[in-house]
Structures are given as C-alpha cells and as structure tokens.
Ligand binder design. Structure first.
Ligand code: FAD
Length: 290
C-alpha cells in the first residue's frame, strides 16, 4: 500500500484547570494550527467533571478557523444532560463530536442512563440528525473490558451502524496491531476510516501510568530501553521521538488514513514528528479531506 492522498491530521487537547494552563493551551494550539490540521479535539472528564472546562476551552480555540471537536463521555450523565450539551455545541456552530462511553472515576457511583458509546451515537443522531461528523473510539489492542477482540470489533460496528462517521484509535506502539485490526474491521464490514491515535513519548513514568490505565501495551524492549535512561529526560525524548517517528512512518507508508496526536497540550513533540514525516508539505498543498 502507498500513502493515501487524502490524509487527516488532528490534535487532541485536554481542558486546562488554571489560567496559566489556558494560556499555554492557546499558545500550543496556535503553534499546531500551522500544520493546518483537519481538526482539533478537546477531551471531556467522565461524569461531567470537566464539562465547563471543555466548553470554555473549546470556545477559546474556536476562533482559529480550524474545526474543533469536543469529546462527550456519556458515563455518569443523564439523557437530558447529554442533550443539553449536544444542543449547546450545535448552537455554537460545532460540526464534529467525539462520542465516548468514558470510564467512571473511582468513588463516583452513578453510571448514568446510557451504557455504551453506541447508545450515545444514536442519541446524538436522534436529537441533531446530521449536524455532526461523529468520531468514536477504536482499540487495535482490544478494549480492556472486552470479552475478546472479535466482540470488541462487533461493538465498533454497532457504533458505525448507530451513525459514527469515523474512528480514532487508542494509542499503540506496534504497527502490526493496527494493520491486523483494520483488516479484521474491513472483513467484518466496518467501512469508516480508522485513524491511528499517536502518543508521542516524552516522559517514562507518566507513559507507564497512563498505559496501565487505558490498556495500551508498551512492548517489553521499549519499556526496558526507556527505563534505562532513568532521569535523563533528554535521552528519553530523543529516543521516544525516534520510535514514534518510525511507527508513524510505517503507518503513513502503509495507507493509514491520517494521524491523531495525543498532544497532552504540548506542541513540540507532535510538530517535530510531523516535520520529520514531511507532512507539512502535504498539508501546504491542501490534500486533507475526510
Ligand atoms: P464503548 O464503545 O461503549 O466500549 C466500552 C466497552 O464495552 C468495550 O469493552 C466494548 O467491547 C464493550 N461494549 C461496547 N458496546 C457494547 C454493547 N452495546 N454491549 C455490550 N458491550 C459493549 N474518556 C473520557 O472520559 N473522556 C474523553 O474525552 C476520552 N477521549 C478518548 C478519545 C479516544 C480517541 C479514545 C480511544 C478514548 C478516549 N477516552 C475518553 C477513553 C474511553 O472513554 C474509554 O476507553 C472507555 O473505557 C471506553 O469508551 P468507548 O467509547 O470506547 O466505549
């Protein structure tokens, strides 16, 4: 497979908790806007914990002429709360949403009225019809709570049938997991684009903590190499960039329909990867379509 012409670049942020964090986000977003991404996305704390924060952050970065896709995590929310959030975004001119189930934060008892993301997608379609391009989550290494890989794929199909237009994957460091996953999805009739989620490696212990939480595999060789750098942040970042560059290059060369960067509100690692991959040039001539 060769790289596709239509290529979708996107960057994910989280809503900052402080005014300094917001200033940093605005700076980051401005820097990343130079890569002309297809969209920015803004996460949502499950249970509505960052609800206002997500609204505010979306508003702050909406002026840049790059579409912003707020995430909505259904868990812990009532149908009415979800409808109100979705209608607020509709009134604000938002055209894309990332629809998720979310994970209930520990100590929060109420799981809400919707159990799975496919129900959220159906509700958004029922209330707002075709207003939004709906993104959903996909798991090349299988969602940690799934009974097995096939069942997980069938639930992704359910999200597509409910009205999802495309999917973004959990991050992974093994390109084969993505290619086998996409093949299996295609064999089971999933026709929506599945864009790989990319986590730049910048900090070892944070990466381990996060990966343990979301079920992303850090291959043993990679974990051991990163661990060996100890507190040498510079070497971790250099080596991390090299590893993630090779991953992205393989994905792009073998036809991935785009790349979605988990930026953690930092611009440098993603920009450096995009530059090394030569994606700036592709974007400068406007080849991104979805
Ligand atoms: P679902 O698709 O509902 O799947 C959850 C589990 O249930 C899976 O094991 C699946 O196999 C199973 N399942 C699915 N449908 C059914 C069904 N109908 N019947 C029975 N079983 C079913 N979390 C946040 O809180 N906020 C965010 O902003 C956020 N952004 C994310 C962005 C991306 C790109 C990704 C990949 C994840 C994100 N997450 C976010 C994390 C996500 O909420 C968790 O991974 C969560 O555990 C699952 O969400 P989901 O939408 O994939 O759930």
């Amino acid at each position: 497979m060769s790289p596709k012409k239509e290529f979708n670049l996107s960057f994910e942020f989280f809503p900052p908790k402080t005014p300094e964090g917001m200033k940093n986000l605005e700076k980051t977003v401005l820097q990343l806007s130079k890569a002309q991404p297809h969209f920015f996305s803004m996460t949502f704390g499950a249970g509505g914990s960052t609800r206002e924060g997500t609204f505010d952050a979306v508003k702050k970065i909406q002026h840049l002429n790059i579409p912003v896709a707020p995430h909505i995590a259904a868990i812990g929310l009532t149908r009415d709360e979800i409808i109100s959030i979705v209608k607020t975004y509709q009134a604000q001119g938002i055209k894309r949403i990332v629809a998720l189930r979310g994970d209930l934060p520990s100590g929060m008892g109420q799981s809400g009225e919707l159990r799975y993301a496919n129900e959220l997608v159906s509700l958004i379609r029922e209330v707002t019809h075709n207003t939004f391009h709906i993104e959903v989550a996909a798991y090349p290494e299988t969602h940690p709570q799934a009974l097995n890989a096939l069942e997980d794929i069938m639930y992704l199909k359910k999200k597509m049938h409910a009205g999802a237009n495309s999917a973004i994957t959990q991050y992974f460091f093994n390109a084969d997991s993505y290619f086998y996953f996409v093949d299996a999805c295609n064999k089971h009739g999933i026709s929506i684009p599945i864009v790989p989620g990319i986590m730049p490696i910048t900090h070892f212990s944070k990466l381990v903590r996060f990966s343990d939480m979301c079920g992303a595999d850090i291959p043993r060789w990679l974990r051991k190499r990163l661990e060996a750098y100890g507190d040498d942040q510079k070497s971790i970042q250099q080596f991390g960039l090299e590893v993630v560059y090779k991953l992205c290059d393989t994905l792009v060369q073998h036809g991935a329909p785009g790349l979605h960067f988990y930026t953690l509100n930092h611009s440098e690692p993603s920009l450096s990867l995009i530059h090394s991959l030569g994606l700036n040039t592709a974007f400068a001539i406007g080849t991104h379509v979805l």
